[in-house]
Design a protein around this ligand. Sequence first.
Ligand code: GLU
Length: 305
Amino acid sequence: MQGLLESIIENNKDLVKEGKVASYIPLLGQGNPDHLGIAVTNLDGREYLAGDWEVKYTMQSISKVISLMLAIMDKGSRNVFSKVGMEPTGDGFNSIVNLEVKKLSKPYNPMINAGAIVISSLIEGATVEERIKRIVTFAQKITDNKSIRVNEEVYQSEQETGDRNRALAYFMKSNNILTGSVEESLEVYFKQCSIEVNSRDISRIGAMLANDGILPWTGERIISRETARIVKTIMVTCGMYDESGEFAVHIGIPAKSGVGGGIMAAVPRRMGIGVFGPSLDEKGNSIAGIKMLQELSKELDLSIF
Ligand code: GLU
């Protein structure tokens, strides 16, 4: 496995030149496009790490999986999915159009920004700080990494420039899709997106999901088997934005990407995978990250289909 990961890094080195580092959040624009990392966590707890796996980046949309799990634990899946749907959109991750044109009573799914902002509003806690702390603590527990933190600079940058998300949230508030304080829900959302991780951390999240909700290295159950099943299914249909269908055909693994350049993947009953390459395609997915997953999937016959 170690040799395979190293050759995957080698084979995809040139791809970092394609695409662009996200810059609509100004601080993300400072990311180094040459970084390329991969990590695999097997379900016996063994880990394989190659390339720039140690480089930190913000979770961005990968955090939507963390908050979805926590919201289901807090409120129950029936309640959560009465407020957010389970259908892919075929539109961009920050699209606003369906909310008005289709007069939706809830956003399509928890992996697009509109849905994720509603999910953030469901996280329990007496104060915003407490809600954010619960998300960070939950991420620390799943990754067995107590040093995980919010990157405050990225958070500032997101919140200064997050007007599209603000527009989505206020529009949903005006239609009673989002209840409570918009600014508080956005603060939770921006901060969860700004949680900083490395590729090993995200491969551990994938491993817990691959292992039906149990941490492979301790045997501790983190989420129910049913929640793990729901989350992995939504990752298949919606996790790679409007590229989810193509990703399912070519790679066939439940996965969630983020505009920070990371992709978290969970191969049911086999392994968790974390890949990182900050240059993105026009849909917002890491170009080298997708190619590395494709190579790994082919070599190890990982497609679930
Ligand atoms: N914080 C980012 C945003 O809301 C997350 C987007 C993403 O990773 O897809 O725009």
